[in-house]
Design a protein around this ligand. Sequence first.
Ligand SMILES: [Zn+2]
Length: 254
Amino acid sequence: MKKNTKKNIKFYAMILAMVLTLTQLVGVAVPVNAAGVKKCSHGYILAGDIGIRLHECADSVCITCYHGHAKRVVIPEKFKLYGQMLPPSQFDSDNGFSENGVKEIVLPDTVESMGYWDEEDVKDGYVNDIGYHGITFYVHKGSKAEEAVKRNNPYKYLNDNSNPQPVKGTSIKRTIRIQNLAKITWKKVKCDKYEIRYSQKKNMKNAKKVNCGKNKTSLVIKKLKKNRKYYVQIRTKSGKKYSAWSKVKTISKR
Ligand SMILES: [Zn+2]
């Protein structure tokens, strides 16, 4: 923290200013004893067994504490707070998780802090004991959540099937019709393979499918009917997952 002290003071001052503003705003808009809002013994809003509060930046929630007794806790991807659906971005600390016997915590990709700011904080002893003893975290490979836990906690990867990140698709650049043939070209993207489908109907009814390897960026479709317009679409496959279909392109009549 030493070399960033000035920056940090500025940062914390900014956060404090935001907290004050927010407390005023929220205090006016949401009465503390609003009906239907359950609070925990610490005074935080309960979402099931999980205590939450609004993040200082008001665009996400902080996980403040845990009041259940599950072995595996799956942190939801969104929490309803003050009428908004907000993603969790931070854990304030291990307040009740390891104490109550939690062994596994599944983190959404949006969690970027586990109660300390960066590796320097950990090195400087700013965080002596962050807790979460005996807990293994489950995160998606390459996510912000992985970055957050790998500083100080054991973690494992969630398998690909549960990965909510969509596969990147591609788009058709051009279609050229020559008699009963058509040449389709598309934008190259990183994937395992391309799947092309074409039909005489714009809704792709009775479409024929063709697969192409990841290094290809064009395909010649044969045996098209004379004087018929066709429609074509493409998607990518990575692992076991497909991207969304591209926009439909027209193959002109001939
Ligand atoms: Zn609590």
